[in-house]
Ligand binder design. Structure first.
Ligand code: XMP
Length: 509
């Protein structure tokens, strides 16, 4: 295993992604935490010190545990990480009068272990304000750029390496080769991180944690809870109990889909709770978006808790937490932020006082999808676009009525069908319909109509923090619009949302 010590760089997660792409397992750990608290110390083959936003010489700047130099395990410092090596092992780091951001031409020594196989001149990605001004003791220079006389350094006796540039960033043309040299040639790692191995390891871990105990799962039909549930079922079989709460705010046909996909796997242990009346009753007359969210969150916990109590003897709660959520809570930058929790299960663990089982907590989203395929979960679940916890409630603007929900569900289903047909569903982050609380005049046949407006929204994004509206082909927009107006009773107008996030958000409420 490779350990990545995080010093707050925006690229820390990217380093982890790159290493896992090489089928090598790695974990991210706060850079300034004592190593003795890291449970897998015996399995470590290498340590990477990430970049960071501070200056290594600044007061309070995060430094690693001094023990890392004594473990005899290879260390690679990237950017701030290399500057830590210099600062802590007798070199010097100073502010640079010329900052270096972006692509740089770097002269490298392709004979040295870390840069083996590279050309004499390489294009590499730089992003730093400080630079090394004196080499640490017993180190050699292995690369230079016009602005960084110490662009890469090494001490092969101690197996300590440093690079000022960022090999993990795709713009660094042969960055991958550098990371491969480190993990395979220097750390002697093996390519044994596959989803098959993850499944068997995780099954062992879950069995050890849970024993003969019973686990409860809030199955939503989304990717994470579905994959977590099927994996757990492999581990503990009939001791897993899945509860799907039908609140009436899911996509068209969702409950039937869940029954069809999971009914066979979970058998009698899949409980579909019809709570439509409870949810829609509590939402009656409510128009404020935040109040809608709160009502849905609380009602979910109430319904779920009541149901769970009837099941008797449950000691664990399954959660589909994934690695980015965990990193957010452990990274240096995010250490003061609360853990992001799924909207509809947030608050459940505290309320139910159960121990958590989190079998996906070391996986990135795309790895969860690979795992899901390995577990033979159908693509219609695995490839789903994100869907918000409060469901269609936050896409049904104004008061939620049965009529508006019906119109929205039918329109949304047409959007999904047509986007799939155009081969765009997996290429788009989210595409969906919204219903507005206004009516407009139209004409159908010879008669005047006065009906609802449907908004079509399609955005691309990498992490939902920012998003761009998608330039859908006009023909496709035309097909979606005419199908909605012709097929959905109660809608007579379709408009397209061309706002980016920020300043707009992805959802309308
Ligand atoms: P916004 O609208 O804030 O959405 O740009 C960003 C992403 O989060 C999803 N979203 C939610 N997901 N509970 C969730 O589980 C929520 O309350 C919620 N609100 C928004 C949204 O679909 C988008 O992917």
């Amino acid at each position: 295993m490779i350990l990545i010590l995080d010093f707050g760089s925006q690229y820390t997660q990217l380093i982890a992604r790159r290493i896992r792409e090489e089928k090598v397992y790695c974990e991210i750990y706060p850079g300034n935490k004592p190593l003795s608290e890291f449970s897998e110390l015996n399995n470590l083959k290498g340590i990477i010190l990430s970049g960071g936003y501070d200056s290594v010489y600044a007061k309070g700047a995060p430094h690693p545990d001094k023990k890392i130099w004594e473990l005899g395990i290879p260390v690679l410092g990237i950017c701030y990480g290399m500057q830590l090596i210099a600062e802590l092992l007798g070199g010097k780091v100073s502010p640079s009068n010329k900052r270096e951001f972006g692509l740089a031409e770097v002269s490298v020594n392709p004979k040295c272990e870390l840069l083996k196989g590279l050309k004499n001149r390489e294009t590499l990605w730089m992003s730093h304000g400080d630079k090394l001004s004196k080499l640490p003791k017993d180190f050699k220079i292995t690369a230079k750029s016009p602005n960084s006389p110490y662009a890469a350094i090494e001490n092969t006796k101690k197996n300590i390496y440093g690079v000022q540039f960022h090999p993990e960033v795709k713009h660094s043309v042969h960055g991958r080769k550098i990371l491969q040299n480190f993990i395979f040639n220097i750390c002697k790692e093996k390519q044994d991180w596959t989803m098959k191995s993850y499944i068997s390891e995780e099954i062992k871990r879950v069995r050890a944690q849970v024993g003969k105990g019973k686990v409860l799962c809030a199955l939503s039909g989304g990717v994470d809870s579905s994959v977590a549930a099927v994996l757990l079922h492999r581990a503990i079989g009939k001791n897993l109990f899945c509860v799907y709460v039908d609140h009436g705010l899911q996509k068209l046909g969702e409950t039937e889909r869940v029954r069809k996909v999971f009914g066979k796997t979970f058998g009698k242990n899949l409980f579909i709770v019809d709570a439509k009346k409870v949810f829609l009753g509590k939402l009656k007359g409510v128009t404020d978006p935040e109040t809608k969210r709160k009502i849905i969150g609380h009602t979910f916990i109430e319904v779920f808790d009541k149901y769970a109590k009837q099941l008797k003897g449950i000691n664990f709660l399954l959660q589909g937490t994934i690695y980015p959520d965990v990193i957010e809570s452990v990274s240096i930058k995010g250490s003061k932020q609360p853990i992001k929790s799924h909207h509809n299960v947030g608050g459940l663990p505290a309320k139910m006082k159960m121990q958590l089982v989190e079998p996906l907590k070391f996986l990135f989203k795309d790895e969860v999808r690979v795992l899901g395929r390995e577990l033979k979960i159908p693509n219609e679940i695995i490839d789903r676009q994100p869907f918000p916890g409060p469901g269609l409630a936050i896409r049904c603007l104004g008061e939620i009525t049965d009529e508006k929900l019906r119109i929205l569900k039918e329109a949304d289903d047409i959007v999904t069908q047509e986007i799939i047909k155009a081969g765009l569903y997996e290429k788009i982050w989210q595409s969906f319909a919204i219903i507005l609380p206004v009516k407009t005049v139209g004409v159908m046949g010879d008669a005047r109509t006065y009906e609802h407006v449907i908004v079509l929204r399609a955005v691309n994004s990498v992490d939902a923090m920012t998003a761009d509206w998608v330039k859908l082909p006009y023909d496709l927009l035309g097909t979606i619009s005419s199908r909605i107006i012709n097929e959905v009773k109660g809608a007579n107008r379709v408009v397209y949302d061309i706002s980016n996030k920020p300043p707009a958000t992805i959802e309308w409420e």
